[in-house]
Ligand binder design. Structure first.
Ligand code: FES
Ligand code: FE2
Length: 362
């Protein structure tokens, strides 16, 4: 099976948080099964190159950054920010075609976005706008987690609210009883994903929130989940005192959260997970962000345990058949949208480059 069966190629993926490239660090990261070198040059420009020296295949990430360039520390070939080889020690002429592939890359809102597909289609305007990642009215702690699982299993999990009560009983969820009482939410089907909105009135604060507000008063809670192709998820959460009229638009005294999550396939069965959980109150108290961060990590590890186990099952028997239940509607819709986009890309690639398609499938 070719990787093009699993990944959407022509879209922007998060390659790193900006803080991962501090101090001119050479970061090696496999993205969509391609070895990529990422770094920030002296000019402040972010560079993404094929992480294989075109001479003998040494890793450029084992090399040395020189200004905006990188030098392979095997035999000293030097490459500029476009991947062009500009120096071969001991050789007067550099063949004009000598070089490595470079990828379009954009730094925005503390994220480093990369385009792995057809360069001609890399439109910066298509990068999703996330105002709260740059707005000082929100505070969070950006972080990264690695998953040994297909990104689609993780995206399924986020599209699945029915797991909250069972997987996250003591961290993010509520009680198991809640799962039996709550009906699956209506999903708004969008061209590029979905939106769900769910209110829960007059219930105790979930554990992660209680830890920071230190108060058991009943709350009204609104969650809006937004999922975008290829694997970008936002959860907007609002808490107000029960009965304060939040449903009618009174947000006085509300405490809000913005959960931003970005999934980038590393390989068919492993994933880079970038996330930040932001809050909009007590911004001068760093322990709020720290506590929320730790609660989220605890929650994510609960998901990771289940999902990596699921991946093992699917690896052992790729023909294993899943059986849907009603609450799978959002994830089923998202899988359909994503697969449609992947299929369209494959069809276009087969028309334009039949030979390339055959080579990729081999
Ligand atoms: S392998 Fe890079 S210079 Fe020889
Ligand atoms: Fe979860």
């Amino acid at each position: 099976m070719a990787k093009y069966d699993n990944f959407l190629m022509d879209c922007w993926y998060v390659a790193a948080w900006d803080h991962e490239l501090i101090d001119g660090k050479l970061l090696a990261r496999t993205i969509l099964e391609e070895p990529v070198l990422l770094y920030k040059g002296d000019s402040g420009k972010v560079v993404a190159l094929d992480n294989r020296c075109c001479h003998r295949g040494a890793k450029l990430s084992n090399g040395r950054r020189e200004g905006d360039c990188v030098r392979c520390m095997y035999h000293g070939l030097k490459f500029d920010a476009t991947g062009k080889c500009i120096q071969i020690p001991g050789q007067d002429n550099v063949p004009p075609k000598m070089g490595v592939k470079s990828y379009p890359v954009v730094e925005r809102d503390h994220l480093i976005w990369i385009w792995m597909g057809d360069v001609a289609k890399a439109d910066v305007a298509k990068i999703i706008d996330i105002p709260y990642l740059r707005d000082p009215a929100w505070r969070g702690m950006a972080d990264y987690m690695h998953y040994d699982a297909d990104y689609r299993l993780i995206v399924d999990n986020l599209s699945d609210f029915a797991h909250l009560a069972f997987v996250h009983t003591h961290t993010l969820g509520g009680s198991e009883e809640y799962a039996f009482k709550t009906k699956p939410v209506a999903v708004e089907r969008l061209e590029n994903g979905f939106r769900v909105e769910r209110w829960s009135m007059n219930s105790g604060p979930p554990p992660f929130h209680r830890k920071v507000v230190r108060n058991d008063a009943p709350l009204d809670r609104r969650n809006i989940g937004l999922m975008h192709v290829p694997g970008i998820f936002f959860l907007e959460t609002l808490f107000t005192l029960a009965g304060s009229g939040a449903e009618q638009g009174n947000l006085e005294g509300a405490r809000q959260y913005r959960n931003c999550q970005f999934f980038t396939p590393e390989t068919r069965s492993s994933t880079h997970f970038f996330w930040n959980y932001l809050h909009d109150y007590q911004l001068d108290d760093p322990t709020v962000a720290l506590s929320l961060h730790d609660s989220m990590v605890a929650g994510f590890l609960e998901d990771k345990f289940i999902i990596e186990g699921q991946q093992e099952v699917l690896d052992a028997d790729p023909d294993f058949k899943m059986h849907g239940i009603v609450s799978d509607a959002p994830l089923a819709h998202f899988r359909r949208v994503l697969q449609m986009r992947i299929d369209e890309e494959r069809a276009a690639r087969a028309t334009v480059h039949p030979a390339a398609q055959m080579a990729a499938a081999a």
